[in-house]
Design a protein around this ligand. Structure first.
Ligand SMILES: *Cc1c(COP(=O)(O)O)cnc(C)c1O
Length: 375
């Protein structure tokens, strides 16, 4: 039987066409297609008075967000331990330290009350994750940040296209950053972007994206370079090339189709698993949710047995996440009570979810899970 992977890219002839066209432009680096990708993202998210900077990864988008917010040596940034380690590493890249916060049992987003208890004199920002595409407690996060003068740098890598109270994530708030890495719903093979509401911050992020050079962005957006320039700040090599952007553009044109098809699979899964005693399905009907992964919880210590059962049927499953406070490099991080993280880290299981997933794959995943519990 064919193996069912956890992730599968949705790449069609449309993408091939965009890439060959881009290769024929004669300008491989950051250029007009990068700008086109940014403009399409802004239009898709419904941005008004907010700006997009495309980057070569989501991690670099976050690093630039942190530096633009002034996060530096000795500062602290509060983020869940139940998150991908890219976030914690980017915080460390600034010379700052991640402070590890617990999550809520219902949506696996940051626990705002516990975050409040972690705020100290060196806390600069909070980095909440919208886990699996489901929005975190946004009102709570922004209230807390306003009360303590913190920047909010939202990790929306799982939630491109998710709406909160009718508005897409990124179209409001402080800073929101996304990833277009190989497994995300919209991919540019590797890529990411920052969305900010400050024009001044936009320009600083654009400069830091390309080695701190002052005139580069506007010229390169015309597939040109300036030969007289100044270097005005710290800088990195974090730009997105025309070629990668062309893949992103092709994907973005199909994003609604991708999201709708994934929502249907998630609803089918939840419908099939909701009545199983040993499982806890996501607390969402997926309306307004752009589902990056379908993560459910396996109770009563039976996760490892279920994983074996699925693997025997040639169905791959994943675990999002191994908690970061248990990794060697982050064991010493300041943290609060992590009891929910500890509990859910032993329960979470990610089932295969693809855009336009094959019906026989969906059936096999459902049969795999239900046969484990109903034998
Ligand atoms: C994908 C992802 C990132 C990093 O994005 P890259 O583009 O892979 O650098 C960060 N955090 C979370 C939770 C992610 O899923």
């Amino acid at each position: 039987m064919e193996k069912i992977p956890v992730f599968a890219p949705a790449i069609g002839v449309d993408t091939l066409k965009h890439v060959t066209d881009a290769l024929h432009v004669g300008w491989l680096g950051m250029g007009a297609i990068t700008k086109e990708f940014e403009d399409l993202i802004a239009a898709y998210l419904g941005l008004q008075g907010r700006y997009v900077v495309a980057t070569n990864t989501g991690t670099s988008a976050f690093h630039l967000s942190l530096r633009a917010a002034g996060v530096g040596p000795g500062d602290e940034v509060i983020t869940p331990s139940f998150n991908y380690v890219a976030d914690h590493q980017a915080i460390r890249m600034c010379g700052a330290e991640p402070v590890l916060c617990d999550v809520r049992y219902d949506n696996l987003g940051i626990d705002v009350e516990k975050a409040q208890a972690l705020i100290g004199p060196r806390t600069k920002a909070i980095d909440p994750l919208h886990f699996a595409g489901i929005p975190c407690d946004m009102d709570g996060v922004y209230e807390l940040a306003a009360k303590h003068g913190l920047r909010v740098l939202e990790d929306a890598t799982h939630a491109f296209g998710t709406r909160y109270k009718g508005r897409k994530l990124g179209s409001f708030g402080d800073v929101t950053w996304f990833s277009f890495d190989p497994v995300k719903i919209v991919t540019s093979v590797d890529g990411g972007c920052v969305v900010t509401g400050s024009e001044e911050e936009l320009h600083r992020i654009q400069r830091m994206r390309l080695l701190g050079v002052d005139k580069d962005t506007t010229e390169r957006y015309k597939n040109r370079r300036a030969w007289d320039y100044d270097v005005v700040s710290e800088g990195y090599r974090y730009h997105l090339t025309n070629i990668m952007a062309s893949i992103g553009v092709s994907q973005l044109k199909r994003v609604d189709e991708f999201i709708n098809s994934r929502q249907r699979v998630c609803r089918t899964y939840s419908h099939a698993f909701r009545s199983i005693d040993g499982l806890c399905v996501p607390a969402s009907d997926f309306t307004d949710v752009s589902p990056f992964i379908y993560s459910l919880r396996v109770l009563d210590g039976r996760r490892e047995a279920l994983i074996g059962h699925m693997q025997a049927r040639n169905i791959d499953v994943g675990i999002h996440f191994l908690p970061v406070h248990e990794h060697t490099a982050f064991r010493a991080c300041r943290r609060g009570d992590l009891s929910v993280t500890q509990k859910v880290a032993g329960e979470v299981l990610t089932l295969p979810l693809h855009s336009n997933m094959k019906p026989e794959f969906i059936e096999r995943v459902i049969e795999g899970v239900t046969s484990f519990f109903h034998r």
